[in-house]
Design a protein around this ligand. Structure first.
Ligand code: IFM
Length: 445
């Protein structure tokens, strides 16, 4: 790999860091915020590996200005953060919580004062609990609830925020939250998964339309985790399993918005989604994105189902084939990022792509006030080389966001896995820039 230089990526390339409301904000019930499904989920028993919650997290709610100054100090152009729906609308619809909206307005102002572009995600998994009680994503009324919420946020921030992402990784909260039950709301229901998936896909286009109607010159995208598929053996059975997993994990959330329908031919179980179609949905679901956010962590391996006839059900395995493994148990496979970009690029070669998340958790420790994390630096260097290769091969990749600015609440894994460029001492809230963060500071200077 030849040495990397910022200039390899072009002058207009956006360098950013990303994080999300529930993972960093804390202040879970401050200033009129309503509970989200993640408050309910973490306050219940036995769901989070270290029994922790996001009640305090990184206390970004009170420390946003220092954290944003850090983003600038590290040399990044942009900070990607998400809005907590129940902080803005405590019961999901109706009464607006002015204090919650003002918080995000202050975060945006802080970004602009520090010379950092605010990139806003509207939904990064913290649905208002009150809406979950009404059926959540499985209730088609969610389209109207979501339009109302997006309208409130766009009215408040649209004068200063130009870069918007409607959703973060629908696959994660639908498959992991609704089908596997490992994330909030913790249901294991194919019905909720299928209905919810269709409604989320419709909300992608509904949310994008509201943004375009309310925000002049909005740059509207969404984000998807893309998991290229590996097969253990090159047999028809293994290839069918990989195709089914690809349909569940990737295509079901990408293709409807491109007007390609659902990939039912690869995974027969997805036919059930047709039950939730209404006349006009084929058209309503299409979105003409300004950009697509590609988020990549690792490849996945599919295995044929142990029960004959259930090939449509993906059986995910990591087989640890001589790759380095992160603290999440994920294989480090940098060329999978190139493959992910190429996969999305193939749908529409004109569409701008942004890597809206990429990063790794490794066991970090503080030694004499420093955190030496050479594996994370090497991870970033290898993945950036793949982005550079994609650009050289003609893919319009316009930005790269590290996951994450700082260690934070890693969902069902709690505070164990540390993804930050900055170490967070969760007892004192001290931030220590890791060597990987220092590497970025030099690289971006
Ligand atoms: O922490 C998550 C983030 O919320 C969504 N993308 C993957 C990250 C690492 O698991």
């Amino acid at each position: 790999m030849s040495e990397l230089a910022r200039t390899d990526f072009g002058d207009d390339f956006t360098w950013g860091v990303a994080h999300a409301s529930y993972q960093v904000e804390g202040a879970w019930d401050a200033d009129g915020k309503g509970p989200s499904i993640w408050d309910t989920f973490t306050h219940g028993k036995g769901r989070i590996r270290d029994k922790s919650t996001g009640d305090v997290a990184c206390d970004f709610y009170h420390r946003y200005d220092d954290d944003t100054a850090l983003v600038r100090d590290l040399g990044f152009d942009a900070q990607r953060f998400s809005i907590s729906w129940p902080r803005v609308l405590p019961t999901g619809t109706g009464r607006v919580n002015r204090a919650g909206l003002d918080f995000y307005s202050r975060v945006v102002d802080s970004c602009l004062e520090h010379g950092v572009e605010p990139w806003v995600t509207l939904y990064h998994w913290d649905l208002p609990e009150a809406l979950q009680q009404r059926g959540g994503w499985a209730n088609r009324d969610v389209i109207g609830w979501f339009e109302e919420y997006v309208g409130v946020v766009a009215d408040a921030l649209g004068d200063r925020v130009k870069d918007w992402m409607v959703f973060n990784e629908p696959c994660s909260f639908m498959v992991v939250g609704h089908l596997a039950g490992v994330h909030a709301p913790g249901t294991r229901s194919l019905r909720r998964f299928l209905a919810g998936t269709h409604h989320v896909n419709l909300c992608q286009s509904a949310g994008a339309s509201v943004l375009r109607a309310k925000v002049a010159d909005a740059n509207v995208g969404t984000t998807h985790i893309i998991s290229p598929m590996a097969t253990k053996a090159d047999t028809p059975k293994h290839r069918r399993a990989a195709a089914a997993l690809d349909a569940f994990a990737n295509r079901i959330f990408l293709e409807p918005n491109f007007g390609l329908g659902y990939p039912t031919e690869a995974a027969g179980l997805l036919k059930g989604v047709e039950r939730y179609f209404k006349p006009g949905d084929d058209e309503a679901i299409k979105v003409d994105w300004d950009f697509l956010g590609v988020q990549y962590y690792t490849r996945q391996q599919a295995r044929p189902a142990p029960i004959p006839g259930l090939h449509a059900v993906p059986w995910i395995r990591h087989d640890y084939r001589n790759y380095e493994i992160t603290a999440m148990g994920w294989e480090v496979q940098p060329d999978g990022l190139y493959e992910s970009l190429a996969k999305v690029h193939a749908y529409d070669p004109e569409l701008t792509l942004v890597v809206t998340e990429n990063g790794a958790a490794f066991p970090d420790k503080v030694e004499a006030g420093r955190v030496h994390d050479p594996r994370r630096t090497a991870f970033y260097q290898a993945h950036l080389a793949e982005v550079r290769r994609a650009i050289a091969d003609g893919m319009p990749v316009d930005g790269y966001f590290c996951w994450s600015l700082m260690d934070n609440f890693e969902w069902a894994e709690g505070y164990g896995p540390r993804f930050g460029l900055t170490y967070v001492d969760f007892d004192t809230q001290e931030r220590i820039v890791k060597d990987s963060g220092r590497w970025f500071r030099d690289f971006l200077a």
